[in-house]
Design a protein around this ligand. Structure first.
Ligand code: UD1
Length: 422
């Protein structure tokens, strides 16, 4: 297994290009199952999660060609032969459940393995299933698989009301509703930019959707959808992560392709901590306003609130801030696994349930640490960049699921970072 070696090297400055969003791409790809015409995605990120979704779609009989070094995904589902998403692929990635809605909507039946547990919490899929049931699906859970059927071969429009916000369940319901008979209203829908991006792409394919980006999305089902070409929206989590580089190390970084609307609540917290964020004509420019950053309290929430996917990275910054910060994790119940690793680097953190209290120290110290999940792994790299001495982050396969060319992007800003291949 590869590891990454980081040596604290002072202030970092430069320009970092931000890729297309992993989480948008992972929902846009299954949208190909809704049509027999080609769907082409541009600005796709080059990540192992995208390769897993490619394998899953190919296992169903879809054609997926990765062009221009992976930046373009040309897909076609005109010859779907298999309607079963197998455990062997689904277990690698929870987002696999996103094939269920589209397959069921287009073919009237689908069998998808349940994704199983995940390191950051139980993460069930009950809301996905309830949404499809509201649209008339008959579901049978057997042998670890969901066997789904639409009576008469077609889902029916319905009111789908979520008890709390779920990004994935909103995406599954939205895709399924585009081919259902009649009108669907999704209430308490997720408002994430990735949902808006999905809706935009579905509209290009001919879907009738209103209200994306608000809590109520209305979809008028159509008989068929066509093809489209769609650029994947910028990755706001990768953007936020690299915005933290000058915040934690000093220097000035311009994140190319970044826009403020994607990271507003995050940028507000940076501002309160003493970090300025300015929109330029090609991205977001970030630098500390004065010396050391100040403590700030952070609570994770669904969009437009502070994203849970930036909580670990923000914690790395607050470990070096002046004062005490309180971080509350409201989305996932077990998402502080990076805290003990940061503590190995000299951070002062106390965790009680979903609350972490972080008292900033002047300097972190390099140490061997272990990445426990995707966002945790990059938080350790950020901490390593700001630490004295050498940090070795092991188990970086998590990192490769969500960040492309990390070493290259950071090295361009002057970082000392290298991959040690096992
Ligand atoms: C998506 C993102 C993930 C991000 C998360 C929250 C993708 C591929 N992943 O995950 O990076 O951290 O949104 O912004 O887009 N829940 C249920 N039942 C369900 C579904 C969810 O109880 O059927 C719970 C989850 O356990 C969690 C909360 O709802 O506590 C929110 O999860 P959800 O928004 O669904 O996250 P994902 O779509 O899995």
């Amino acid at each position: 297994m590869d590891s990454i070696l980081v040596r604290g090297n002072g202030a970092l400055s430069g320009a970092i290009p931000i890729a297309g969003a992993k989480n948008a791409c992972l929902t846009l790809m299954p949208a190909t199952l809704l049509s027999d015409e080609p769907l082409t995605l541009t600005n796709a990120p080059r990540l192992s999660d995208i390769r897993t979704m490619t394998q899953l779609l190919q296992s169903l009989g879809a054609e997926v060609a990765s062009l221009q070094d992976g930046l373009v995904l040309a897909m076609s589902s005109h010859s779907i032969t298999n309607h079963t998403a197998d455990y062997d692929i689904v277990r690698k990635m929870r987002a696999s459940i996103l094939v269920l809605g589209p397959m069921l909507a287009r073919y009237g039946h689908a069998v998808v393995s349940l994704p199983g547990g995940c390191a950051i919490g139980a993460r069930p899929v009950d809301l996905h299933l309830k949404a499809l049931e509201a649209m008339g699906a008959e579901l049978d859970l057997r042998d670890g698989y969901v066997h789904a059927k639409a009576p008469g071969g077609r889902l029916k429009g319905a009111v789908v009301e979520f008890p709390f916000v779920s990004v994935g369940a909103t995406e599954n319901a939205l895709m399924a509703a585009t081919l259902a008979k009649g009108t669907t209203e999704i209430r308490n829908a997720a408002r994430e930019p990735e949902i808006v991006d999905l809706a935009r792409c579905l509209k290009k394919m001919g879907a009738k959707i209103e209200g994306e980006g608000t809590s109520t999305i209305t979809i008028e089902g159509t008989d068929r959808l066509g093809g489209a070409t769609h650029p994947v929206v910028t990755d706001r989590i990768e953007l936020g992560t690299y915005m933290l580089v000058p915040a934690i190390c000093g220097g000035e970084v311009e994140c190319i392709g970044g826009t403020l609307d994607l990271v507003e609540s995050f940028a507000e917290k940076l501002d309160a901590a003493g970090v300025s964020v300015t929109q330029t004509n090609r991205g977001l420019k970030v630098a500390r306003k004065n010396g050391r950053v100040q403590a700030v309290d952070v609570t994770t929430e669904p969009f437009p609130g502070f994203p849970t996917d930036l909580q670990a990275q923000m914690m790395a910054l607050l470990c070096t801030a002046q004062g005490t910060s309180v971080l509350e994790e409201k989305i996932f119940e077990n998402r502080f696994m990076h805290a003990p690793e940061l503590m190995r680097m000299g951070a002062k953190i106390e965790v009680h349930g979903g609350t972490a209290t972080v008292t900033g120290v002047e300097k972190l110290k390099g140490a061997p640490v272990m990445a426990t999940d995707l966002r945790a792994s990059v938080s350790l790299i950020l901490a390593g960049l700001a630490a004295e001495g050498e940090t070795i982050v092991s188990r970086v396969y998590h990192l490769d699921r969500g960040y492309e060319r990390v070493e290259e992007k950071l090295r361009a800003c002057g970082a000392h970072i290298e991959r040690i291949s096992a």
